[in-house]
Design a binder for this molecule. Structure first.
Ligand SMILES: [Zn+2]
Length: 123
């Protein structure tokens, strides 16, 4: 199920094409009709995932290289690492945005499986 989320697919049926634009997810799965936003504020979890990815990218692109570089040369310029940090903080959340939603949808379904009464149809 999480694999489907990582592939930007519906966690329930595996269908693709869940986005009309990069930042615009369809309300329901075009194949199975699963409503992605299960409750108000549902995608707050996607925001948290996206924030964690961005922070991870900042650590990978700026913090760790800066520590390694300054260990070798304490007078080295920090500008390349600041740029790397900005890329991680600004570009990564934009690029990862759709995956954050599909991964969160899958993660939520793992934690809270569909109830028998929960509508997955198009009603
Ligand atoms: Zn589906």
């Amino acid at each position: 199920m999480l694999g489907r989320g990582l592939l930007k697919r519906c966690a329930v049926c595996g269908s693709g094409k869940l986005f009309t634009r990069w930042f615009r997810m369809k309300e329901r799965c075009p194949r199975c009709g699963y409503r992605f936003e299960r409750e108000e504020g549902f995608f707050l979890g996607a925001y948290v995932i996206n924030l964690a990815v961005a922070q991870g990218m900042v650590i990978l692109l700026a913090v760790v290289p800066l520590i390694v570089r300054l260990a070798d040369d304490p007078d080295a310029s920090i500008l390349p690492f600041v740029v790397g940090g900005l890329v991680g903080a600004v570009v990564a959340p934009i690029v990862f945005y759709p995956w954050s939603k599909t991964v969160w949808t899958a993660f939520d379904l793992i934690l809270r499986p569909l109830a028998a009464r929960e509508p997955t149809d198009r009603t």
